[in-house]
Write a protein of this length. Structure first.
Length: 107
């Protein structure tokens, strides 16, 4: 992670062969067959969201868009499974991690 990276919280679940990942900081979600594909889709979506909210056509609403947190139940799941993984060191059908995205200063 670089000093100018924005650290975002990602929670996901695998159900019926599909991974659903959510960026808890912006309430963005994606679904894919594999974890790697879901992570890539969410990364792209988060980067585009931040870009549009800060320097794109939605910049006037940045204060609202960058404070759009997920409901409390997802934050509880995130910390529960992050703690569980830290204790057991096992992977499961859940993912809870921090994901950095680059923040480039506006010019």
């Amino acid at each position: 992670m670089k000093p100018n990276d924005l650290l975002l919280h990602v929670y996901g679940e695998r159900k019926d062969g599909q991974w659903t990942l959510m960026c808890l900081d912006f309430t963005l979600a994606v679904q894919a067959d594999s974890l790697a594909e879901a992570e890539q889709l969410l990364k792209e979506q988060m980067e585009m969201y931040v870009r549009e909210a800060t320097i794109g056509q939605d910049a006037e609403y940045a204060d609202l868009l960058l404070k759009r947190k997920a409901p409390l139940k997802y934050w509880i799941k995130y910390y529960l499974f992050r703690t569980k993984k830290a204790i057991t060191h096992r992977c499961s059908s859940h993912i809870a991690k921090s994901s950095p995205i680059p923040m480039v200063p506006a010019t």
